[in-house]
Design a protein around this ligand. Structure first.
Ligand code: PLP
Ligand code: SF4
Length: 349
């Protein structure tokens, strides 16, 4: 076929495929239950819990769920349920005391040499266990003028070696914006590493479009992308291909997961996750114990159970496929590893 000339000024540039996915998310619990052929009896609780923290999930992620299974490990991460409404002692709005570590709006620092920038308050998916489910993003997402002042702050602090782009999800912004941010960071001589904390390539693998690997790997900074997947079923062939495009660009790929009751709290599930990650060219990094955020207590796995699970996992896998089990304890200089024989203080924030 002969391509038709485009009449000038009539056709807006087509939005990239990943942006089309993001503008067509499943946000209605009724629709999610319908798509999976699930019992409408789940709906009243879903609607009640949805009011506090909205359902939000890309269709390509729903497609990886098992129809008819209310206990599907991917569904459980996104479907609002009645248990979220229970008030449980010890589970708070800001479990990690992030408000205390905010150096400036959009700039968090807890650890030496690394700072975290909130690039976007939005995510493609709302994970029910998210420790930032009550985070005040509106106060923390910088505009361009504020970005300039954040770059000046970073340039003036030579102790900063690594900048972590986070959120929300930092890959929610356009390639143009990312390029600008990375160019500004690369102009700061003492910054040497660029880290991206993102779940977007897992839930919407098309986000790793033709440009993205080059943007992340194309500056003076050594890039590392830390994805977030909790279950092997999340990592379908499209995700594997997306990871391949990042790896081929020379980007180190790591995964962080959260240990979640009813999702991945077994040696079988963790073993399958590690094996599948490696097949996708990603190494397991952290396995986080749940942060005690209000509304997520039903996902909690105890320190003792988590420790036993990871020890059993270590007996079945090479060391490089065993994630580091950690808990974040506010005020500590690093995430706190759990290991055999090391008792944790009983304080949980
Ligand atoms: C977890 C975290 C980091 C990264 O910690 P690493 O141990 O370097 O992976 C950095 N900043 C903040 C605020 C964090 O919560
Ligand atoms: S993608 Fe990350 S920040 Fe966003 S809701 Fe899920 S866990 Fe929270």
């Amino acid at each position: 076929m002969i391509p038709q000339p485009t009449p000038r000024g009539q056709t807006p540039p087509a939005s990239p495929r990943w942006q089309a996915s993001l503008s067509d998310l499943v946000t209605d619990p009724r629709e999610l239950l319908d798509l999976l052929g699930l019992d409408a009896g789940l709906l009243p609780a879903a609607l009640a819990a949805d009011r506090g923290f909205r359902l939000r999930v890309p269709r390509e992620f729903v497609a990886r769920m098992q129809p008819g299974d209310p206990a599907d490990p991917l569904l459980r991460q996104v479907l609002p349920v009645g248990e979220e409404l229970a008030e449980v002692a010890g589970f708070h709005g800001d479990p990690l005391a992030e408000a205390r570590h905010t150096r400036d709006a959009g700039l968090l620092q807890k650890y030496q040499g690394r700072v975290l920038l909130i690039v976007s308050g939005a995510c493609a998916v709302n994970c029910r266990y998210c420790f930032r489910r009550h985070f005040p993003y509106d106060d923390n997402t910088p505009d361009t003028a504020h970005w300039e002042s954040l770059f000046a702050t970073l340039a003036a602090d030579s102790s900063i070696e690594e900048v972590i782009l986070s959120g929300g999800d930092p890959l929610m912004v356009s390639n143009r914006r990312l390029t600008w941010i990375i160019t500004q960071l690369a102009a700061i001589p003492h910054v040497t590493r660029l880290r991206i904390h993102t779940r977007l390539p897992v839930v919407v693998p098309a986000r790793v479009d033709d440009e993205l690997p080059g943007i992340l790997a194309g500056s003076r900074l050594t890039p590392v992308v830390v994805i977030h997947a909790n279950h092997a079923n999340e990592l379908d062939d499209a995700v594997a291909a997306a990871m391949g495009r990042l790896a081929d660009a020379g980007i180190a790929l790591l995964n962080q997961a959260v240990l979640l009751r009813g999702v991945n709290d077994s040696v079988t599930a963790q073993g399958a996750l590690s094996r599948r990650l490696f097949a996708c060219r990603v190494l397991p990094y952290y396995l986080h114990l749940l942060d005690p955020v209000a509304g997520a207590a039903h996902f909690d796995v105890s320190d003792a159970e988590g420790t036993a699970l990871v020890q059993a996992l270590a007996a079945t896998l090479p060391g490089y496929l065993v994630p580091r089990l950690v808990r974040e304890i506010p005020g500590r200089p690093a995430k706190t590893p759990l290991a055999a024989g090391i008792a944790l203080p009983p304080d949980r924030g």
